[in-house]
Design a protein around this ligand. Structure first.
Ligand code: ADP
Ligand code: MG
Length: 364
């Protein structure tokens, strides 16, 4: 449906987008995820025809559109700043897009009403944008972008600037809308929650380059590199090198040893990431009979495998409504982050044991 090949953009000396290629299948919802300044908007503008690529091509429905002006690409766009015309009513705003795409007056009228209903604003046609809430303005902007049946909908951080509750509401709504209309969509955001919750595929960008392009679950569970592991989701991080591989791989991280899984070579330098939902925290009193790893004891014959259970002090307990996030300063110096019971049986300042399975350690 959409295919970008080797898209590259220099602004003078600055390389804003560096050889990016990906494709989007018909009807899919793909998200471009990356920090501010990584080149997302530039990429979107090149796809839309609002900026000329330094190199590379854009194909829509198998046709090379790289040289076509924006109005000949049949692309719908909605942005963070909704860019509704303030002096026009909602109806006129949506109608304007239709007129630009050659719909006659009669078609315009029926389509405007159809799309007002689609975005749940059937009675708002005669309002001006400033009489609507931020969320409603976004919906008008979407109706305008969708009414002329674009081949693809480009969304540039449309939810940025909305408060948390509205944002979550809009996410749900946007997904339902996308499914109903079945429009192929490319959504741009710096918000990993947006990306993970809405997309069929996520393309992670940093410094103009693709870091990973995959299903959200793969991005979260098997990040391709350190950037993705750190940018997407929270985790506890260790780094070190593989000290031995039998009976299972063990990473020496300085103060502690961590057991991991997978095929590794001795001496390999690795970064380890453990997600908060994979970490348990118990008050040290409960585990005083064992469980805490003792390092440095001489075990003959078979090398010992560490239990991935470490002692630390609770720094912070944050009740986030649906879960509780506990921050523990480990004796080894790392900061561990765990999701726990809503009302854990320890307090800030308590000594606890933090533990996780080798299988849940992401090795990058
Ligand atoms: P994002 O949308 O991910 O925040 P942008 O595509 O807006 O990133 O910007 C990518 C890089 O290109 C940034 O370093 C930005 O400062 C730079 N940039 C964006 N637009 C221009 C421009 N018109 N002229 C010069 N540099 C630009
Ligand atoms: Mg941007």
């Amino acid at each position: 449906m959409l295919e970008v090949n080797g898209l590259t953009k220099y602004y003078g000396e600055l390389l804003a987008v560096d050889d990016v290629s990906f494709r989007i299948d018909e009807g899919d919802f793909v998200t471009l995820l990356g920090p501010s300044g990584c080149g997302k908007t530039t990429l979107l503008h090149m796809i839309a025809g609002l900026r000329e690529p330094t190199e590379g091509t854009v194909e829509l429905r198998g046709e090379d559109v790289t040289e076509l002006p924006p109005e000949d690409r049949n692309i719908g766009m909605a942005f963070q700043s909704t860019a509704l015309f303030p002096h026009m009513t909602v109806r006129e705003n949506i109608g304007y897009g239709l007129r630009m795409h050659g719909y006659d007056a009669e078609e315009r009228e029926s389509r405007v009403q159809e799309f007002l209903e689609l975005v749940d604003l059937p009675d708002h046609g005669d309002h001006h944008p400033d009489e609507l809430s931020g969320g409603q303005q976004q919906r008008v902007s979407l109706a305008r972008a969708l009414a002329y049946e674009p081949d693809i909908l480009l969304l540039d951080e449309p939810l940025t600037g909305l408060d948390r509750v509205l944002r979550e509401e809009m996410r749900e709504w946007l997904m339902t809308l996308q499914r109903e209309v079945g429009v192929t969509s490319l959504y741009v955001t710096h918000d990993q929650e947006d990306a993970l919750s809405m997309s069929d595929r996520v393309v992670v960008l940093d410094e103009g380059r693709t870091q990973q392009a995959a299903h959200p679950q793969t991005i979260y569970e098997r990040p391709a590199n350190e950037f993705v592991a750190q940018f997407v989701g929270k985790s506890t991080q260790f780094s070190g090198s593989v000290a031995r591989t039998e009976p299972r791989p063990v990473v020496e991280t300085g103060a502690v040893d961590v057991a991991i899984t997978g095929e590794h070579e001795s001496g390999e330098a690795v970064s380890l990431y453990v997600r908060p939902e994979d970490i348990t925290v118990e008050s040290a009193a409960a585990t005083a009979d064992g469980g805490v790893q003792v390092t440095g004891d001489a075990e003959p014959a078979t090398p010992s495998v560490p239990e991935n259970a470490f002692s630390g002090t609770v720094e912070k307990i944050a009740n986030l409504g649906n879960r509780t996030e506990v921050t523990v300063a480990l004796e080894s110096g790392e900061i561990a982050l765990a999701n726990t019971d809503r009302f854990p049986d320890f307090e800030t300042g308590d000594v606890v044991t933090v533990a996780f399975e080798p299988e849940s350690v992401v090795v990058v």
